[in-house]
Ligand binder design. Structure first.
Ligand SMILES: Nc1ncnc2c1ncn2[C@@H]1O[C@H](COP(=O)(O)OP(=O)(O)O)[C@@H](O)[C@H]1O
Ligand SMILES: [Mg+2]
Length: 364
């Protein structure tokens, strides 16, 4: 069985610092959920409250319909994998994984069966009698996760579980975690400050702001393509922000960026109402902009600029283009060909073009 986790108006203060401020959030049951936010915004604190390792100052926590706000840790079927794994150093791999079953008095044969099933699934079966200190980071991580799922929790909380691993291994472990969650259908709550990890694993995710509140909840695609605020637009991915004035002309919505001209944009009526017309921000992601040496037709908007820097990263190239008002714009291009037909060089004059439906309008 899996149930959703619901936080209602949860606040937490430590040593006079408000760490979580009136957090209301539903983590859907059976999902891979990611909690993304900058370091120090209160992610670990939020997990510890859900696990019952710390208590709330205000608010309620529900597992399904059950109020677990004051339920002791061992009664919640919620396990946590800590950032530093926190394995028992004196126990071998087998005993680390078996621990939570052995204290229940379960029959040894049954423990054996369950532990070996996980050892196999996690490719740890050759390491049964190793101590944590004899394992690599990736192996310790697998033991920590195996230990946390052996007693079949309803919810698994993972606090930056891959932070200590190198890039390649992290990518591999992310895929393993996604497959594991698919198989178990246990609710996973995955905490990270790494946007790539969150976007990769999450069915739904939420962004925490530096003040310990919730900035936005949604699917990775909703968050990335339709950020609600400049904070989310900047924190998840890169973006170019323009300040200006928003207005209607007939059916068209226009954005006037004071010293750059007027652009056509798209904006829902609800949003148009929300944004103060004199203090609007247009956000356009680097990959939504097309860069070319000749002007091209069929784009809603075009700007001219001078190439200021070029960073080749293999699969893509990042251009920084200087506009006439001194603003710098970032543009990503996929490197689709070994030898592109037209090479773009430093100091070249270029055209930057984008479609109106690819911008996001935000409040100041
Ligand atoms: N015991 C404590 N006393 C006072 N402040 C704390 C304590 N533990 C954490 N903090 C502060 O709470 C904030 C949130 O911490 P944490 O939940 O660990 O954030 P995150 O996991 O997002 O990096 C940080 O600013 C941290 O310095
Ligand atoms: Mg943390």
């Amino acid at each position: 069985m899996t149930r959703s986790i619901r936080l209602v108006g949860v606040s937490k203060t430590k040593n006079g610092n408000k760490i979580l401020d009136n957090v209301t959030l539903t983590i859907p049951s059976g999902e891979f959920f990611a909690l993304l936010g900058p370091s120090g915004c209160g992610k670990t604190t939020l997990l510890r409250l859900i696990a019952g390792l710390e208590s709330v100052d205000a608010g309620k926590i529900y597992l399904g319909e059950v109020d677990i706000t004051h339920m002791p840790v061992h009664k919640r079927k919620i396990n946590i994998v800590f950032q530093n794994y926190a394995l028992f150093p004196h126990l071998d791999v087998y005993d680390n994984i078996a621990y939570s079953l052995s204290i229940t008095g379960m029959h040894e044969d049954e423990i054996d069966r369950r532990v070996f099933k996980l050892l196999k699934a996690f490719h740890l079966d050759k390491l049964v009698d190793k101590k944590p200190s004899e394992l690599s980071g990736g192996q310790q991580q697998r033991v920590a996760i195996a230990r946390a799922i052996i007693n079949e929790p309803e919810v698994l909380l993972l606090d930056e579980p891959l932070a200590a691993l190198d890039y390649k291994l992290r990518e591999k472990m992310l895929i393993e975690l996604i497959e594991l969650q698919d198989k178990l259908l246990t609710t996973f709550v995955y905490v990270t400050h790494d946007q790539f990890e969150a976007l990769t694993v999450a069915d739904h995710m939420c962004i925490m702001d530096p003040e310990g509140g919730i900035a936005q909840f949604g699917t990775p695609k909703q968050i990335y393509e339709f950020p609600d605020s400049t904070f989310v637009a900047k924190f998840v991915g890169n973006t170019n922000l323009f300040h200006g004035r928003l207005g209607k002309k007939g059916d068209a919505t226009l954005f006037h960026a004071s010293d750059l001209g007027t652009f056509t944009v798209e904006c829902t009526p609800q949003k148009l109402e929300l944004i103060e017309s004199d203090n609007a921000i247009m956000s356009i992601r680097p990959e939504k902009i097309f860069i070319s040496k000749k002007s091209v037709e069929n784009f809603s908007n075009t700007l001219k600029g001078i190439v200021n820097s070029i960073v080749y990263t293999g699969r893509s190239t990042l251009y920084e283009v200087l506009l006439k008002n001194g603003k710098k714009i970032q543009v990503f291009e996929q490197n689709e060909e070994h030898f592109p037909q037209v090479n773009i060089d430093y100091d070249d004059e270029v055209f930057l073009s984008w479609q109106k439906e690819n911008v996001v309008m935000l409040k100041e």
